[in-house]
Ligand binder design. Sequence first.
Ligand SMILES: Cc1cc2nc3c(=O)[nH]c(=O)nc-3n(C[C@H](O)[C@H](O)[C@H](O)COP(=O)(O)OP(=O)(O)OC[C@H]3O[C@@H](n4cnc5c(N)ncnc54)[C@H](O)[C@@H]3O)c2cc1C
Ligand code: SF4
Length: 477
Amino acid sequence: MNEKMLKFVDINQENPSKRDKIVRKVDFNEIYGEFINEKARKQSSRCSQCGVPFCQVHCPLSNNIPDWLKLTAEGRLEDAYQLSQSTNNMPEVCGRICPQDRLCEGNCVIEQSGHGTVTIGSIEKYITETAWDKGWVKPIEVAEELIQSIGIIGAGPAGLACGEELRKKGYQVTIYDRYDRAGGLLIYGIPNFKLEKHVVNRRIKLLEDGGIKFILNFEVGKNLSLKKLKEKHDAILIATGVYKPREVNIPGNNLKNIFPAMEFLTASNRKGLGDKVEMFDNGTLDAKEKDVIVIGGGDTAMDCVRTSIRQKAKSVKCIYRRDKENMPGSAREVLNAEEEGIEFIWLSSPKEFKGSDKVESLVVDRIKLGEPDESGRRKPLIQKNSEFEIKADIIIKALGFDPEELPKLFDEEKLQVTKWGTIKVDFDTMETNISGVFAAGDIIRGASLVVWAIKDGRDVAISIENYLKSVQNQKVA
Ligand SMILES: Cc1cc2nc3c(=O)[nH]c(=O)nc-3n(C[C@H](O)[C@H](O)[C@H](O)COP(=O)(O)OP(=O)(O)OC[C@H]3O[C@@H](n4cnc5c(N)ncnc54)[C@H](O)[C@@H]3O)c2cc1C
Ligand code: SF4
C-alpha cells in the first residue's frame, strides 16, 4: 500500500471552512470555502484505498474515487482531474451539490468505522476548480465531423451530459430550451448559495466552444411539434425535467400570496442574474420583512427557507409532517438552514389557509407517526383537536414536482407515459415507444438528483449512438 495513504487514524477529518451564519445569510454567495493544496492532499491521504470501495459503489456515476484521492495525495492533480472528468461531465457541480452524506461519503468505510468520512465532495470540487484555473478543462475537439444530427429538448444536466458525449464522437448536436438561459434547474432552481451561476455558465460556454448549438426561448410543442422537430434531426432526446408543482388541496388555496416553490426560486435566481422581474420588483415575490411559511421537507423546501432568510424575511418557518429523522432533504442542508435561523415545526400538517383576499395565516394539525408505510417511512397520522394557527404574509408550497402532460404539450399523443406521467422508456436503451426518440433525467425518473441526470445523459448517449449507427448501416445496405 502506498505510504501516502491510510492516514485516517493520524489526520482528523476536515472540511473547507463554512462562512459564519451571520455573514453568509446577508448575501447569496456560496457558503463553503475552498481547500488549499496542502489540505486537499492531507485530506485525500485519509482514504484507506478499500478493495471494495463503497464510495464508488454508491456513486451513481461509479466515479473512481479512491484512485483520484490517491493521485491528489501524491500531488498529481492533473491526472486526478483527468480521471475524475472521465466519468463525470460536471464534477465541479457534483462536488458542490451532490448529497454526499447519502451517497459516497455516507457509505465511506472509515465513516462507518467512526473516523469520519473522507471529505470526497470538497476534494472533487478542489480538483476541478484547480483544473479550471490551470486551463486543463478544454472544449471538445472533434477528430472527425459526422453528418448525423441530434436534437436535444432540455438544457439541464441530462441534456447537457448527453450532448457532450455525442459531440465528442463528432455528431452535430443542437440543444433546445424554453428558457432564455441553458442549465435547467442548475440556473433557475438551485440558488447561488449552493451553486454560483458562473460555475454553470462556464460549463455551457465550454460546450458552445466545442461546437454544441443552443437554441433558447424555444419551446417544443409551442414553437414546433415533436414530429416536426424529429424531421430536422436523425435522433431526438427528451430531457425536459419535471415542473408541475404538487398541490396542497386544503381550503383557502386560492388566496393571494401562496406560491409554488419554483415561482419563488426562479424570481430570486433571475434577480441574482440581474433580470427585471416585475413580481419581485413590486414586492409580491420578495420575502423582505414578511412572515414566511414554507411547506415541505425536501431540498427544494430548504432552498426556499434559506432564500427567504437572505431576502431579509421577518421570520421563516418550515412546516413538515414528519420529524427531522424522517425528512427527505439532505441532513447537511437542514443543518445549514437551522444555523441560519429557520424555525422548523416538525410533525405538523397544513389544514387551512386563512385570509380575506391575501393569505394571513395557516392552520396546522399536529401529527403523530404511525407504522412505516410502503416507502419505509413512518406514516403521519393527524392528532385529533390539535390544530393551531401561524401568522403568514407569504406561503411557499414545496411539496415536490410531477411531470407535465408531455404527449399533449408536444402535440404527440402517441408518446407513451407511465401512470405517474413520466415518459415510458425501454430501460435497456432509454428509447421511447417512438423509434429514434429517447428520454433521460427527471422526465423518466421523477424529481431526482443532478448526478442521476448526468448518469442518464451519459447512458442515453451510448444508446443514441448505437441507434444512429444502425440507421446508417441500414442506409448503406
Ligand atoms: C429547488 C431545487 C433544488 C435542487 N437541489 C438539488 C441539489 O442540491 N442537488 C441535486 O443533486 N439535485 C438537486 N435538485 C434536483 C436537480 O436539479 C434535478 O434532478 C436535475 O436538474 C434534473 O435534470 P434534468 O436535466 O432532467 O432536468 P432539468 O434540470 O429540469 O432541465 C430540464 C430543461 O428542459 C427545459 N424544457 C422543459 N420543457 C421544455 C420544452 N417543451 N421545450 C424546450 N425545453 C423544455 C427546461 O426549461 C429545463 O431547462 C434540485 C431541484 C430543485 C427544484
Ligand atoms: S470508502 Fe472511503 S476509505 Fe474506502 S476507498 Fe472510498 S473514500 Fe477511501
